[in-house]
Ligand binder design. Structure first.
Ligand code: PEP
Ligand code: MG
Length: 879
């Protein structure tokens, strides 16, 4: 087995084997760019090592052979006392995992070779390099606390009376090496290893082991990176940015990764090694300064940046070092960027003729578009950043700090906007989370309870702000005290927390979708271009879930091609609730008929409004599906009222009758109870009234010159007989009302009970369309209540990796998805041309949209704000 590859032997497509860094170093080498020579130890070697708990056979020999070749090529030997070769050891997995494993630089230095290095580059440089090796090796290979080294460095500077490490001379640094060695020995229980090969081997093993370090495991889980990839190790001949003022190190981007604007972006630090840039020990200068400092290297860098962009056909980020005026490339990759930059750059590259529009829509995601649709903080007033943590649920929220759920509920009840601040949240905090504008916690990451619940509610959330000291009614952060009632602004996209009220500005992208476009804005122009292209590509149609004229109108502006779900039970909230209560509880037909007669004109007007807004487009009206507990008065409240009622007035008698009826209908599991079609079959006249209202509304719109295209949908069907019964009654009414008005009405069903999915062939005989209710299908497929479980235990399942993501958020392809597939195939086999759609929440989830495309549905239906996301993802699924 070949475990070690020289850079000349790899290329950019070997990321699985060589990791991202190794593959790109190989690519640059083969492009003839100035990359220091080196080699990559494969991820396969890492996996074998982690599996067998020892280095795989042959690896040591292969490393030896490569190292010898490297020594011969450079003409220096590792550990040579007179003129040593030094190497860096860097991790590099297939996906970049920042912070997982740092680099160890200057491997090969010891008490002897430091003198050899001094002879080549000077005393100061040699001792500076040696102290860096001990600190990096100590921290990353032997788990010595990094602060111990940085404290010693600070102490040395204080002693010298300076704040700049460049003021430390060779003697200071030699002394610092002595201190570092003591720190090392104290923590590790042995002296710093002097044998260069031992240093190298230990560093390689440490990189392998780092794959399973807690923070790496956590990071992978959050970013959904598979756990079994392993990391590669890159061993690279050292080049030095700390050899004097004509040396230095920097990072560069070929375009602005924040906005996408073309031009050169980056930072440069003279006389430094790479870690200094990251550590912020000294202030970097803008990359443009390099032109003044070293024009030759600057021009060369620009030339290489252009070449890399052309080669990778995308924004690249770069790490480089200049050693005594000679430029070296240490890393490149297709660079990370913000959502705005992703759209802008994709459109620019199309303009530049680098990529086509299909490629452009592949390079942006619905999730990025979603980010751009949230309101943002207007940061022009440079508000004070208190801290920066995990942006767990996007959005911009402003409110007064509160520290308990009860207080959140209380203040919100008084009309105050609040931010709930907790160390971490638990299910008892749910009420407070609902009441708050946003949630801020000091512990936990993207899958913590707070994060999961907040995302489910679409609420802004920042998690894991671990520099917050959260007390009972205040928190402190870096010396600032924030008391209950103080104003806070939290940004769930960037994870930043601001003191005070930061003004919020609406999204320019939402304004564009609303029809108020500023096409001069490069971002808006880019979104416009890519959305148009996605629309020409997608095969799925996009509808929206909407129950009001207002939602329908917005959905249409956002590009919806119809309504996929009008939940008619939503039309019965407010003052119509009482009529529904009467309907459900009445035990005599006259009472019921009176309620139905009162509801008919109200419903007709509701539907006229929807058909009007959606003129010419299909509107799926679902017959009422009210979970009883949401419509009946609370049993407890009623019981209390009856118990305390002293006199036996008319009200008390009404309450008693109500109590008897509500007790009779009380359910332990309302979501599995008398709902949907079951209710329609139990309460005579209910569905009939709705069908009549739909038909009359459609005829009214048609008579006024419009085109109504109603589709009547029956909820919660599990057996074809249920649908047949409803259908027979509906057809009679339709025939009577529609007459020769020319209105066409389809009758179909939700598929949201597993039995319906499994008997879809039978059900299709009575249905002109299916619409998958993936919310209920998930609930009943998994057997857990959608109302209760997300806050109760999902956080634990996410932590354990049982879920990668909540199955209510993204469709569980293997289980629930299989039900969708079976029902689609068997439904279409029974009735070719059967129209198929989905109207559960998954209709707007990017990953699920791709699945629905694959299964061959005709449309997805989602909330109005997700319509653009679904359009884009449907387009992406089609290319
Ligand atoms: C569903 O179950 O997916 C659905 C759309 O219906 P509801 O959410 O109203 O139960
Ligand atoms: Mg449902």
């Amino acid at each position: 087995m070949k475990y070690v590859f020289a850079f000349e032997e790899g290329n950019k497509d070997l990321k699985d084997l060589l990791g991202g860094k190794g593959a790109n170093l190989a690519e640059m080498t083969n492009l003839g760019l100035p990359v220091p020579p080196g080699f990559t130890i494969t991820t396969e070697a890492c996996r074998a090592y982690l599996h067998d708990k020892r280095l795989p056979d042959g690896l040591t020999g292969q490393i030896e052979a490569r190292l010898t070749a490297l020594e011969e090529r450079i003409g220096r030997r590792l550990g040579d006392a007179a003129d040593p070769l030094l190497v860096s050891v860097r991790s590099g997995a297939k996906f970049s995992m920042p912070g997982m494993m740092e680099t160890v630089l200057n491997v090969g230095l010891n008490d002897e070779s430091v003198n050899g290095l001094a002879a080549q580059g000077g005393e100061r440089f040699a001792w500076d390099s040696y102290r860096r090796l001990i600190a990096m090796f100590g921290a990353t290979v032997c788990e010595v606390p990094a602060e111990d080294f940085s404290h010693a460095l600070d102490e040395a500077k204080r002693h010298k009376g300076t704040r700049n490490d460049l003021d430390l001379d060779a003697d200071d640094l030699r002394a610092l090496v002595g201190t570092y060695k003591k720190i090392f020995a104290k923590h590790v229980g042995r002296d710093f290893p002097q044998e260069p090969r031992e240093q190298l081997d230990l560093a390689i093993r440490a990189v392998f082991d780092s794959w399973n370090a807690d923070r790496a495991v956590l990071y992978r889980r959050q970013e959904r990176i598979p756990a079994d990839l392993g990391t590669a190790v890159n061993v690279v001949a050292m080049v030095f940015g700390n050899l004097g003022p004509d040396s230095g190190t920097g990072v560069a981007f070929t375009r602005d990764p924040g906005t996408g604007a073309p031009g050169v972006y980056g930072d440069y630090l003279a006389n430094a090694q790479g870690e200094d840039v990251v550590a912020g020990i000294r202030n970097t200068v803008p990359l443009q300064e390099l032109e003044r400092l070293d024009k030759t290297s600057y021009d060369e860098l620009l030339r290489i940046m252009t070449l890399l962009e052309e080669h990778y056909r995308d924004l690249c980020d770069i790490e480089f070092t200049i050693e005594r005026g000679k430029l070296w490339m240490l890393q490149t990759r297709v660079g990370k960027r913000t959502a705005a930059a992703a759209f802008t750059i994709a459109a620019q590259l199309v303009d530049e003729g680098v990529i086509d529009l299909d490629e452009a829509i592949r390079r942006v995601t619905g999730a990025q578009l979603g980010q751009l649709m949230f309101p943002r903080f207007d940061l022009s007033g440079a508000p004070e950043v208190l801290t920066s943590a995990v942006g767990a649920s996007p959005g911009a929220a402003v409110g007064r700090a509160v520290f308990t759920a009860e207080h959140a509920i209380e203040l919100a009840g008084q009309g105050e906007a609040v931010i709930l601040v907790r160390r971490e949240t638990n299910p008892d905090d749910l009420g407070g989370m609902i009441a708050a504008q946003g949630i801020l916690t000091s512990r936990g990451g993207k899958t913590s309870h707070a994060a999961v619940v907040a995302r489910g509610m679409g609420k802004t959330c920042v998690c894991g702000a671990d520099d917050l000291e959260v007390g009972r009614n205040e928190f402190t952060v870096h010396g600032t005290r924030v008391a209950e009632g103080d104003l806070l602004s939290i940004d769930g996209t960037t994870g930043r927390v601001y003191l005070g009220e930061v003004p919020v500005e609406p999204s320019s992208v939402v304004r564009y979708f609303e029809g108020d476009a500023d096409l001069q804005d490069p971002l808006v122009a880019a979104v416009d271009r890519l959305m148009r292209h996605a629309d020409t590509r997608r095969r799925l149609r996009i509808r929206s879930n909407a129950d009001t004229g207002e939602d329908a109108a917005r959905a249409r502006r956002f590009g919806a091609e119809g309504i996929g779900l009008c939940r008619t039970e939503h039309m019965f909230l407010g003052d119509r609730r009482e009529l529904v209560e009467t309907l459900i509880l009445a035990d005599r037909q006259p009472e019921r008929s009176a309620a139905l007669d009162a509801l008919l004109p109200l419903q007709r007007a509701d539907f006229v409004e929807l058909f009007h807004e959606m003129d010419g487009l299909p509107v799926t009206v679902r017959l009422i599906d009210p979970p009883l507990h949401e419509f009946l008065p609370s049993l407890t409240d009623l019981a209390v009222r009856v118990a305390v009622a002293g006199e036996r007035g008319e009200d008390a008698r009404h309450d008693e009758r109500l109590l008897t009826a509500v007790s009779r209908m009380h359910e332990q599991n309302p979501m599995l109870g008398l709902r949907g079609v079951r209710l329609g079959l139990v309460i005579p006249g209910l569905f009939a009234m709705q069908v009549r209202a739909i038909a009359e509304a459609a005829v009214e719109v048609a008579r006024a010159g419009g085109t109504a295209r109603p589709e009547i949908m029956v909820p919660l069907v599990g057996a074809v007989q249920e649908l047949e019964t409803v259908r027979a009654e509906a057809e009679k009414i339709l025939a009577e009302v529609i007459g020769d008005s020319g209105v066409e009405v389809l009758i179909g069903t939700m598929i949201e009970v597993p039995r319906a999915a499994l008997t879809a062939g039978q059900i299709a005989e009575a249905a002109e369309f299916f619409s998958f209710g993936t919310n209920d299908l998930t609930q009943m497929g998994w057997g857990f209540s959608r109302d209760d479980v997300e806050g109760a235990f999902f956080w634990r399942y996410l932590e354990l990796g049982i879920f990668g993501i909540s199955p209510f958020e993204s469709l569980d392809r293997d289980g629930v998805g299989r039900l969708v597939r079976i029902a689609s195939e068997e439904g279409r086999a029974a009735r070719p041309g059967l129209k198929l759609g989905v109207c559960g929440e998954h209709g707007g989830d990017p990953d699920s949209v791709h699945f629905f495309h694959e299964v061959g549905l005709d449309y997805v239906s989602c909330s109005p704000f997700r319509v653009p996301i679904a359009r884009l993802e449907a387009g992406r699924a089609a290319v």
